[in-house]
Design a protein around this ligand. Structure first.
Ligand code: NAG
Ligand code: NAG
Ligand code: NAG
Ligand code: NAG
Ligand code: NAG
Ligand code: NAG
Ligand code: NAG
Length: 655
């Protein structure tokens, strides 16, 4: 494609080369091009300290292909996503070429969301013209704004955010292949897109490799042993090519696009994904000099590098605050949609937090780390028995303003409460969350009303902690007491008055179910309702990926007949946790947050499982309950590294 620039010089090219459709654009823009080319307002204040995530975005106006786009500081009806494209990135080229990526933009962008598209390139005009052409569904276009003014000529605060925040995320650097050959003065450096982490875990090393032609790579090619194989697109799957080259002992594979084709996201399909390949692979455009050198049997070497670049995406939420967008694990607009869904979730959460409630602050930006965690002793409000709703308003943020300051790993966070040192309920678990991989935006409202009887005391000590070796998190927690009607569909409002502990989890091996003995219990007089309440998560990785990524089920059997089951059927599914972003799961984490897991997601609260079991019980006789946990319907029986179940479970009696 011809490089069309927005600024002055290339106006003739715009009109003469582009023809039909582009001429229209030329005409539209002509007055600007002749006059003041950059139709943006100057920045209002000094940016010495720079806007950071969480700061209010300033007002701005930019020229677009359709007129102009104006943003006014303050609360917004919906989020704004700003994307700066560059065709120097193979990742972004694929993001804008892949059918599945583009269809997720046009089909799934939340209705609330607007996107402003910019380009970092000299050829901003042709870039954004091409980008708009890629979006074929016109209904969505009214919410997409394409600016032909290159980022370096915007003259407002946007470039500052893009340059100053920089690219810290996976795939937001310029990944490149560097070719050299004896006859050349200069190396040839072109963009590349590495194959998906899904099936290729191996990364390129710093080494320089010889490059050898291996045709279409659809057959083994013994000559490439120790070299990087140069393989054409087509005739068989990407997976087949890489597998053949791995069998041929190649050190890596470069698949080149056929002329006119874009760089694609090389991934496995279906059953192919069962096989792990252990050589790196990437896709590039075919470079004529490289092809020519290989044809004439010249020695060609290739090495791999990444070059930093400005940030490609940032967001402005409904509160008007700037936000990072996290990692895009592969080239798809789904990551934009997930972040936008999360902005919608967060806005709804803000509304819920306006509902009347008695709020008891526990932690206000307190550091949680080490054996101790975060600890606070708080006075409980009088008249607690009048409330029947208790919600935990918890957030986990990072020591700094950027996600880069956040803890790297996903760990279980538990909140324990003790209102009476002598009670068997002292330090019972009141809430559980899983930390996000390196993102500090998480905030959740969890309904733990059935556990209200645990808060029976004037003073309660709350302890929130994770594993002692985790990097620090900054926690905030409010207890929200209110009166709700959710107990019985408009019938009399019931209050929980007694909590009875049942079972805890443990090592998920062949002896797991042996330790759970039936528990006998009477129902106290005047009880109107009994509820089973359990918080269960599965962790670890045995030979069946249990419990994090395998399907486990958990059963509470009452009076030997009533079998209440909780099945973690999305555990291990590729996108299981993406469906929970609308419920507050932190999107675009710096890790594999997308997979479904055993009863949990990264960056989310663990929802309590609640079952009304009143009808399963003898209200004036004796009852029994027993718990058991299964893997695919059977006792677990791992041959190595058993996983474990973390469980709190209770009977809750209401009157
Ligand atoms: C992006 O780069 C590729 C290869 O360098 C080229 O084929 C394509 O036309 C470019 N796209 C745009 C919009 O300039
Ligand atoms: C595909 O296979 C045909 C027949 O073997 C061959 O002629 C052609 O060059 C191959 N295509 C590519 C892209 O290598
Ligand atoms: C690849 O390497 C293995 C182990 O060194 C060797 O046994 C095998 O013959 C090699 N295969 C090819 C195609 O070079
Ligand atoms: C690949 O794995 C899936 C899921 O574990 C399984 O259903 C399928 O049979 C496997 N395919 C092959 C070819 O092994
Ligand atoms: C119960 O509360 C919900 C809001 O939480 C409300 O929509 C509903 O109308 C209420 N039901 C009754 C019977 O009061
Ligand atoms: C439980 O008590 C009620 C009322 O006191 C009585 O009608 C019922 O028969 C009793 N049920 C059992 C199983 O004892
Ligand atoms: C309870 O249900 C599960 C399946 O949902 C089944 O595997 C299990 O055997 C059942 N247990 C009893 C005691 O009925």
């Amino acid at each position: 494609m011809t490089c069309l620039r927005f600024l002055g010089v290339v106006l003739t090219a715009l009109v003469t080369v582009a023809g039909g459709k582009l001429k229209l654009i030329g005409d539209e823009l002509a007055s600007d091009l002749h006059g003041n080319a950059v139709a943006v307002r100057p920045a209002k204040k000094s940016m010495a300290d720079g806007p950071e995530p969480g700061d209010l975005a300033d007002s701005f106006t930019v020229r677009t292909l359709d007129g102009e786009f104006s943003y006014k500081q303050g609360p917004q009806l919906g989020p704004l996503i700003v994307h700066a494209f560059t065709n120097k990135s193979g990742f972004l080229e694929c993001l804008w070429s892949s059918e599945s990526s583009l269809s997720s933009l046009v089909e799934e962008l939340p209705d609330s969301t607007q996107v402003l598209f910019l380009s970092l390139d000299d050829c901003a005009l042709s870039d954004v013209w091409w980008m708009r052409e890629q979006v074929r569904k016109k209904e969505v276009l009214s919410r997409l704004h394409f600016s032909p003014v290159p980022v370096f000529a915007l003259g407002n605060w946007i470039p500052f955010v893009l340059y100053y925040w920089g690219c810290v995320s996976r795939n937001c650097v310029l990944a490149q292949a560097v070719f050299s050959s004896e006859g050349w003065n200069m190396p040839i450096i072109i963009k590349r897109l590495d194959a998906r982490y899904d099936w290729l875990m191996t990364r390129w090393t710093q080494t320089s490799y010889q490059l050898l032609d291996a045709g279409d790579g659809c057959d083994a090619s013994p000559t490439v042993a120790g070299a990087v194989a140069w393989v054409s697109e087509g005739n068989c799957s990407f997976f087949t090519k890489v597998q053949n080259m791995a069998k041929s002992n190649a050190s890596g594979v470069l698949v080149y696009a056929l002329p006119g084709n874009p760089i694609q996201d090389m991934n496995c399909i279906k059953d192919e994904c069962n096989t792990t390949l252990n050589i790196p692979a990437a896709m590039v455009h075919q470079d004529p000099s490289v092809a020519q050198a290989l044809r004439s049997a010249q020695l060609v070497f290739v090495s791999f590098q990444t070059t930093p670049s400005p940030y490609f995406f940032f967001g402005v939420d409904q509160q008007g605050a700037l936000s990072e967008m996290g990692w895009f694990l592969y080239p798809s607009f789904s990551f934009v949609n997930w972040q936008a869904q999360w902005f919608d979730f967060y806005t709804e959460l803000q509304t819920k937090l306006q509902n009347p409630a008695k709020v008891v602050p526990v932690f206000d930006k307190v550091q949680m780390q080490g054996e101790e965690g975060a600890v606070a002793t708080v006075n409980m409000p009088p008249g607690l028995l009048d409330f029947n709703v208790l919600e935990l308003d918890a957030s986990l943020s990072c020591p700094g303003k950027r996600d880069l300051s956040c803890a790297h790993w996903d760990h279980t966070v538990q909140l324990f409460i003790c209102c009476d040192r002598l009670s068997p309920h002292c330090n019972t678990e009141l809430g559980r969350w899983i930390t996000a991989f390196r993102r500090g935006i998480g905030r959740w409202l969890t309904d733990v009303s059935p556990l209200l009887p645990l808060l029976d005391g004037n003073k309660c000590t709350l302890t929130m902690k994770t594993v002692p070796w985790a990097m620090p998190w900054v926690v905030s927690l409010n207890l929200r007491f209110s009166i709700g009607n959710h107990t019985d569909n408009g019938k009399e409002v019931l209050h929980p008055f007694l909590v009875m502990s049942l079972y805890n989890g443990g090592t998920f091996d062949k002896n797991y179910n042996k330790k759970f003995q039936p528990i006998k219990f009477p129902v106290p007089a005047s009880t109107k309702k009994v509820e089973l309440y359990a918080v269960i998560t599965a962790h670890g990785s045995d030979d069946h990926s249990c419990g994090e990524f395998c399907v486990t089920s958990h059963h509470f059997l009452f009076n030997a007949v009533f079998n209440n089951s909780l099945i973690f059927d999305t555990a291990g599914s590729p996108l299981g946790c993406t469906t929970r972003v609308i419920e507050g799961a932190v999107p675009n984490e710096h890790g594999t947050w997308l997979y479904g897991r055993g009863g949990w997601c990264d960056g989310l609260q663990v929802d309590p499982w609640r079952v009304d079991i009143t009808k399963q019980l003898e209200m004036n006789g004796s009852n029994t309950v027993v718990y058991f946990g299964l893997f695919e319907g059977h006792d677990p029986n791992p041959s190595k590294d058993p996983g474990y179940i973390i469980m709190s479970s209770f009977l809750v009696f209401y009157k």
